[in-house]
Design a protein. Structure first.
Length: 162
């Protein structure tokens, strides 16, 4: 069978960067609140100690959340790329069985099995692996032949017939 690649982590790049980048918005807001807290009207002027605690806590939390989410998502991506590059992956090839698509409204994981090895994913789960559900244009359908390269529960390469 001749396959075409529909997902390869080596080509996809670090696609979850935007999840962490959202934290930068809150860091900028936190910097603004810290910088201008003494000139803000209302509660800020009337409660200088509380406004200091709030402003620095907000900024600190934004920094910690952004760094933690980046380290977590980039670490996952890096481990998956390294596994694929060094051959520490498994491959299963066969027809898709037990396919359970995610409804268009979301709120469920899409699932499928190939020769007894089952996978689940969602467009709404932050992962560097394959996660494109059929309700959002993904290629998986019941009965189609596929070749899945994976590490653990993560799909690092997905191939479907030409």
């Amino acid at each position: 069978m001749e396959y075409r690649t529909v997902f390869d982590i080596a080509d996809a790049g670090f696609k979850t960067w935007s999840f962490s980048a959202h934290g930068l918005i809150f860091i900028v807001i936190g910097i603004g609140v810290v910088a201008f807290r003494k000139s803000l009207p209302g509660w800020w002027r009337g409660h200088p100690r509380a406004s200091n605690v709030f402003a620095f806590s907000f900024l600190g939390f934004a920094i910690v959340w952004t760094l933690t989410s980046f380290i977590s998502t980039y670490g996952q991506y890096s481990r998956m790329v390294d596994a694929a590059r060094t051959g520490r992956v498994d491959v299963v090839e066969g027809n898709v069985t037990d396919f359970k698509p995610m409804p268009a409204s979301g709120h469920a994981m899409e699932r499928f099995c190939v020769r007894g090895k089952c996978f689940e994913y969602s467009d709404f789960v932050v992962t560097s692996g394959f996660n494109n559900t059929s309700s959002h244009g993904g290629p998986i359908r019941e009965g189609i032949p596929v070749r899945v390269t994976y590490t653990g529960k993560d799909i690092v390469k997905l191939e479907v017939p030409r």
